[in-house]
Each structure stands twice: as structure tokens, then as C-alpha cells.
Design a protein. Structure first.
Length: 660
């Protein structure tokens, strides 16, 4: 007989007291490192650095250290030191013959952070941090400068190599230095990454405004193309506000002022610091910390912040008479489009695991919400224009969410009938069944639409007339966009959905051609259409489906010779070159509708003789952000930006006109 795996059953005699294995000291850590640092990958390796750095940060937060140094040397050797009190070196009363330093480095669940006597708030809570680092390092050396004397003790793979040594006098030195090399038996060929350690040191300096962190790295460890400096000093008086301002950079925000501040909790329960911005073009960067420990999965402190911001905006909406609208405001409308940093310091925090990715302390939500809510109310009401601007921005996000929700509901309700294709009545479709080689011409007005329908190639070219200037989607609420007939017809004709519902496989035409009159009004309509595609269907633009037709403004005739000119400059060029010395009759087209079908086909629609401009979006993030900023300024809700643009560029436009 065998078990499920084909093995013979074990005899009862094989399981006795000798089968019970007892792991002593730090051996459990070496056997199961994943239980303590989350694994043996690069993230776990750098977790060792964070554990040691957190101990030094705890000294700084407690007010005993003002300077921390992190040094990465060749051989994967990392040294972290501080000018704090120094780990105690006197004999431990519970372990005769051992110093407190040795107990802390070689015994799990040992440390000075359990009862809160040595540290009011701290990142290390379970007493396993530095002992785990010791267990997973092939060589660890700890130096302590305390009572004007320098002490040293050495360890290897969690084992103590000898008693603590009294090195000598150190009258001008204080604090703890931990130097260690991760064990290749545990981490293999993995090495500390200078860029990652540099970011870690920098972020810690932001989290506690009073501390100075010095970074140094052997230059030979920095790879070519890596911008990480070999030396740096971090100290940020503004704390999280400085960090967030650097993160947001030059991007325009819904409010020029960040919502930032610090607040102590009642009854000396800790404190909170925060910084929040609402960029118009956001990456959604959120950073949460508890006792300087990153909590990337958020937790109860995040819950408190979300509640404070959401309730504050609802209250402000009711104050200014928008109570009915803000009832549907949700936390995701407020937070998802923001970039924020939140740092709390609390006693005895609870985390989801030893890696502390998520804070679970129930009281954190209440403390954070209570501390932030009152200050957010003042932030909104102290400057009503600022409050109104932020509320309008957040309500736009709410409208987007509700629109997506409505689209999902409609999709569920009409799943069976969706197979039947419904097209707008104004659309004159092409005969081709697939999108390959097809074109949709969006034309201005029914008159131009009539000419275009006669001029088109019926097999591959479709025509959709629109009525004058469509809605400016950059300054309109989502509900208004959804109720606009012209936009609804356009979305229906394309068949591919909008925004996050966009599906390129469902696009019914290979090329979308904006064809408007070659005058100022036509240019305005084309701009409104391009704004629509940029905001509602950016992937369509990015994939190269959008084009701008180039119809002529003039027809020039001299004898039997004729030519078409796109604009005044082109007309002047043709008169100087093609019609030099001849008497030229010039006819100006008031619009596409005045061109007969043959002229429209020849100049604007026939692939053999027409010219078109392809509209694209840049690939680089910085350039995309610049385009977003330009669209928001010139087409958004604030007329001041457009007025300023006109003032700044009016002289140049006049010069161009004179030159032409």
C-alpha cells in the first residue's frame, strides 16, 4: 500500500521524541527567511538595510540622534551609523555573561521597544529587526560609542564570535554603527543597488524634518548611466511638503497651494503629518508611513485620511449650495486623482505582517481623521476660490466615475441586443465591411456634407456631418458631454467606446479625418474636435488613426492654368512661382459647401491628389504632460489662461501675418 504520492507508509516507530527538532538562537531565521523578511529576493535583501536604518531613525524621532550615515562599500558591505544614545553594553540581568548588545543582536524578540519606556513611538516592535539582519549576514560588526568609550562586537551568520571588546576612549563620539555583509548562502549573487538605497535614505530624511542623513557609495558600484550620486546629504525642513513638491514638479494643480500640515494626537498618543496635491495630470502617487516605516498597502491611517478629505469636501459643497451634487461624492473621487504623502507616529502599531506593508491598528483611522478633518475644513473655507476650484475638480472626477458606472450598467442591460449595430441617422456609411482602408470624414455642416457625399469613394469613404461648433469637452461636465447629440453621434459612428472603455478592435474605420473650412471658424471647430479625441479617445490618437484634412482656401486661374492655395501664404507663393507675370483670377471659397463635388474630391478627398496631416501624441511622459498642460490651459475652464496666452503671443502672430 502506498500514500497519495506513491510512497510506502511510514511506520509508527519512525515518529518519536527524536523526530522533534529544536531550532535554537537565530537558526529559525536562516531556515525560514521568508517568515522574517518576505523571501530571499532583492526586496528582502534591501529590507535588511531598512531594518537597520529604522533603528537609527527611531533614535532620531525620540530626540536622541540628529545625524545618520549610510555607506555602501565594495564587497556588498553596508554600514549604517547614528549619533544617538548607543545600544546598551552593560551586562544583561536575565542573561549572565552577556551584554545587552549581544542579547539584542543574537536573540529574537529582544529590544527596548516593548514597554515604551525607551521609545514613545518606534518602527521596530517585535524585537526581531537587527537580530534578523545578523542572522542573514555572513559578517556583522557592531560598534557602540557610549559613556565616552568605544565598544565593538563581531558576529557571523547569527553566531557570536567573541565577547564585547572595549576598544578605547571615544570622548567626541556617541551612537551605534552596524556594518554587515548579506550572506550569499541566503541571497545568492544579489547585491545592494545604490539607487535603491539612495532613495531609501532620501525618503527617511523627508519623514523626519529634523534629521540629517548622509549617503556615500563606492563610485565603482554605480553603473554607467545611473544618475545616483556617490555622496549626498539629505535634510528637509519642510518634511513631506518638500517631498511632494519635488514629486509634483512643474505640473499645474487644481489648487496652487498644497494641503499640508502636522498635528499631534490628543493625550500624547502620537502625531500625524500629511501633504496632498491634486495635479491636473496625475500619476496617482500615494505614499503611506507609520513610525517612518513604509506601508505601501496603506491601512487604517489611509482610511482616516480618505474619510477626512471626503467629509470635508461634502461639507464645503453643502456650505456653498451644492449639497445635492456632493451627496454622491465618494472617497475614490477625492483620493484617486491626488498625489499624497501621509506619515503617522503612534504607540504600539499593529501591522499585517513582519514586513509591515499594511497598518491594521484600529485607533489610527479615528486619530488621523480627527486630526486632519478640522484643518481641511479651514483649508477649504479660508480661501473660497481655492475651495471652489478643488471641489469643481473633484466633482469632475465624480462625474467620470458615474459615467463609467452607467456605461457598465447599460452594457449589462443591452448585452443581447448589442449585436445589432445602430448607427446615427446623419452618417452616410461606406460599403466596405471591415475597417481596413476605410475613412470617416467628419465635415462641418449639412451643405459641406452634401458635397462630400457626392465626392467620396462609396466603397471606402464614409461621411458624418456635424452642426457647427461642437461642445468643448475640456470645460464641460461629464453629464453634459454624455447628453450632447453631436458627440453621441460621433461616438456611435466610431463604435469603439471612450476613455477606459476604448477598444481599438471595435473601431469601424482605419482613418478618422477632420474636414472643416479653411478659415478661422473651421480651425476652431477642428480644435474642438481634436480636444474631444485627446480627452475621450487618446488611444485612437496615439495609434495614428486621426488626420486633419487640408482643403484649399483659394482657387487661382490664369488662362487654361489653375491651382489651389491652402492659405494666404500659399497663395502668395503660387503667384510668385506658378503664375509669375500673369494676370491671376482669384476665387475664395467661403466654405467646403461652395466647392462642387469634383473640386472637393480633387483637392481634399482623393488619396492620389490630396494632402492631410496626421495628429499624434508624444511617447515621452514629459512631452505628454506638456500636451496635457497646453490643452488644459487653452481649452479648460479657466479663461484667464487663454487670455494670457493671447496676450503673450499676439505680437508674434501679427508679425507672422505681416511677413506672409
Amino acid at each position: 500500500m502506498t500514500d497519495l504520492f506513491g510512497r510506502p507508509p511510514a511506520t509508527t516507530d519512525s515518529y518519536d521524541a527524536s523526530s522533534i527538532e529544536v531550532l535554537e538562537g537565530l537558526e529559525p531565521v536562516r531556515r525560514r527567511p521568508g517568515m522574517y523578511v518576505g523571501g530571499t529576493d532583492a526586496r528582502a535583501l534591501h529590507h535588511l538595510a531598512a531594518e537597520v536604518l529604522d533603528n537609527s531613525m527611531d533614535e532620531a524621532v525620540a530626540g536622541h540622534a540628529s545625524r545618520i550615515e549610510m555607506v555602501l562599500d565594495a564587497g556588498n558591505r553596508l554600514t549604517i551609523s547614528d549619533n544617538g544614545r548607543g545600544i546598551p553594553v552593560d551586562p544583561h540581568p536575565k542573561y549572565p555573561g552577556k551584554s545587552a548588545l549581544e542579547v539584542i543582536l543574537s536573540t529574537l524578540h529582544s529590544g527596548g521597544k516593548f514597554e515604551g519606556k525607551a521609545y514613545a513611538t518606534s518602527g521596530g516592535l517585535h524585537g526581531v529587526g537587527v537580530s534578523v539582519v545578523n542572522a542573514l549576514s555572513e559578517d556583522t560588526v557592531v560598534e557602540v560609542a557610549r559613556n565616552r568609550t568605544l565598544y565593538r562586537q563581531r558576529f557571523a551568520k547569527g553566531q557570536t564570535l567573541g565577547p564585547i571588546e572595549e576598544v578605547g576612549a571615544a570622548p567626541n563620539r556617541r551612537g551605534t554603527t552596524v556594518a554587515f555583509t548579506p550572506d550569499p548562502e541566503i541571497f545568492g549573487e544579489l547585491r545592494f543597488e545604490p539607487a535603491r538605497l539612495h532613495r531609501l535614505a532620501r525618503s527617511k530624511a523627508y519623514l523626519f524634518a529634523g534629521v540629517e542623513i548622509r549617503w556615500r557609495c563606492d563610485p565603482s558600484l554605480i553603473e554607467a548611466g545611473d544618475a545616483t550620486p556617490a555622496e549626498a546629504v539629505f535634510q528637509f525642513p519642510g518634511g513631506l511638503s518638500d517631498h511632494l513638491r519635488e514629486q509634483v514638479g512643474g505640473r499645474e494643480c487644481a489648487t496652487a497651494d498644497f494641503f499640508a500640515g502636522r498635528q499631534s494626537f490628543p493625550d500624547d498618543q502620537g502625531r500625524v503629518e500629511w501633504a496632498v496635491a491634486w495635479p491636473l495630470f496625475s500619476d496617482g502617487g500615494h505614499s503611506y508611513y507609520c513610525n517612518t516605516i513604509p506601508t505601501p498597502d496603506g491601512g487604517t491611517h489611509e482610511t482616516g485620511l480618505r474619510a477626512a478629505l471626503t467629509k470635508g469636501l461634502r461639507g464645503f459643497g453643502e456650505l456653498i449650495g451644492q449639497g445635492r451634487r456632493v451627496k454622491e461624492l465618494a472617497a475614490e473621487d477625492v483620493v484617486v486623482s491626488s498625489e499624497l504623502m501621509l506619515s503617522v507616529f503612534i504607540r504600539d502599531p499593529q501591522f499585517q505582517s513582519q514586513t509591515k506593508d499594511r497598518l491594521t491598528s484600529p485607533e489610527a483611522a479615528r486619530l488621523v481623521e480627527g486630526a486632519i478633518r478640522d484643518q481641511f475644513d479651514h483649508f477649504l473655507s479660508d480661501n473660497m476660490d481655492r475651495g471652489r476650484a478643488l471641489l469643481a475638480f473633484v466633482l469632475d472626477r465624480m462625474d467620470d466615475r458615474l459615467r463609467r458606472k452607467a456605461e457598465r450598467e447599460v452594457k449589462r442591460k443591452t448585452a443581447t441586443s448589442a449585436r445589432k449595430l445602430r448607427l446615427p441617422g446623419k452618417l452616410t456609411d461606406c460599403a466596405s465591411e471591415g475597417p481596413q482602408g476605410t475613412e470617416l470624414f467628419i465635415v462641418e455642416g449639412d451643405s459641406a456634407g452634401g458635397s462630400a457625399k457626392q465626392a467620396r469613394d462609396r466603397k471606402t469613404q464614409a461621411v458624418l456631418p456635424i452642426r457647427g461648433k461642437i461642445l468643448n469637452v475640456a470645460s464641460a461636465a461629464t453629464a453634459k458631454i454624455g447628453a450632447n447629440n453631436e458627440i453621441a453621434d460621433l461616438i456611435q459612428a466610431l463604435g469603439c467606446g471612450t476613455r477606459d472603455r476604448f477598444r481599438s478592435d471595435d473601431l469601424r474605420y482605419e482613418r478618422i479625418v477632420i474636414m472643416t473650412d479653411a478659415d478661422v471658424d473651421g480651425a476652431h471647430i477642428a480644435t474642438l474636435l481634436m480636444t474631444f479625441f485627446f480627452q475621450e479617445m487618446p488611444d485612437l490618437v496615439r495609434q495614428g488613426h486621426l488626420y486633419l484634412a487640408q482643403p484649399p482656401l483659394y482657387r487661382l486661374v490664369a488662362g487654361a492654368k489653375s491651382a489651389y492655395a491652402r492659405d494666404d501664404a500659399h497663395r502668395a507663393e503660387l503667384e510668385r512661382t506658378e503664375f509669375k507675370g500673369k494676370k491671376v483670377e482669384v476665387a475664395r471659397f467661403k466654405g467646403l459647401g461652395e466647392m462642387n463635388p469634383g473640386q472637393l474630391r480633387e483637392t481634399t478627398m482623393d488619396p492620389k491628389s490630396r494632402s492631410m496631416l496626421r495628429i499624434t501624441l508624444p511617447q515621452e511622459y514629459e512631452e505628454r504632460a506638456g500636451v496635457r498642460d497646453l490643452v488644459d490651459r487653452l481649452m479648460g475652464k479657466s479663461p484667464e489662461h487663454r487670455f494670457r496666452f493671447i496676450q503673450d503671443n499676439a505680437a508674434r502672430i501679427e508679425e507672422d501675418a505681416i511677413d506672409a
